[in-house]
Design a protein around this ligand. Structure first.
Ligand SMILES: [Ca+2]
Length: 170
């Protein structure tokens, strides 16, 4: 009797374990997670760390100073290759839009990603771009191209599905 009971407990435990592993796998499949990378933790060339205006996440944001050739460069790691939505969180209180050139793994994804002005440096908004990322390490670069840049708080990455399950991502 004892042996039968012990086997049943073992079977139930194994079944629960298999179910848990399947559930985690399915959850990841149906609702891919969003990974956030702070701008202030990225490689910053020319632009400066700042924290004067509230509303950021992490410890601050990055402020572009010159009109051109300054950049923020993130090295990100993804467990699966494919199309990703890259969301740039920014503030732009200036009078004009300030597009940025976006380069992923050395390839230009957008010559001038539109970053519309908000009109207030304390308000934050976001713009998206889609790019193909490879499994493992990827380098994402946002370069100023003549109009300086917004204050960039962070980027976030989300795997994009183009199949019938895509609606679950929205
Ligand atoms: Ca930040």
């Amino acid at each position: 009797m004892m042996d039968v009971k012990r086997i049943r407990i073992k079977e139930v435990f194994l079944a629960c374990l298999i179910f848990a592993i399947m559930f985690v796998g399915l959850w990841d499949f149906f609702a891919p997670s969003v990974t956030l990378y702070e701008a202030e933790n990225a490689k910053i060339v020319g632009a400066r760390f700042a924290n004067k205006h509230p509303g950021y996440t992490g410890t601050g944001y990055v402020d572009y100073k010159s009109k051109s050739d300054e950049y923020i460069q993130w090295t990100v790691d993804v467990s699966r290759g494919g199309p990703y939505r890259i969301t740039f969180r920014y503030a732009l209180g200036g009078k004009y839009n300030r597009p940025l050139k976006i380069i992923v793994n050395g390839e230009t994804v957008d010559e001038g990603l539109a970053i519309p002005r908000i009109g207030d440096w304390d308000e934050w908004d976001s713009v998206d771009i889609e790019a193909i990322l490879q499994q493992g390490e990827n380098v994402i670069k946002a370069v100023s191209i003549g109009k300086s840049g917004p204050n960039i708080d962070s980027i976030s990455l989300k795997y994009v599905r183009n199949d019938i399950f895509g609606f679950l991502d929205n």
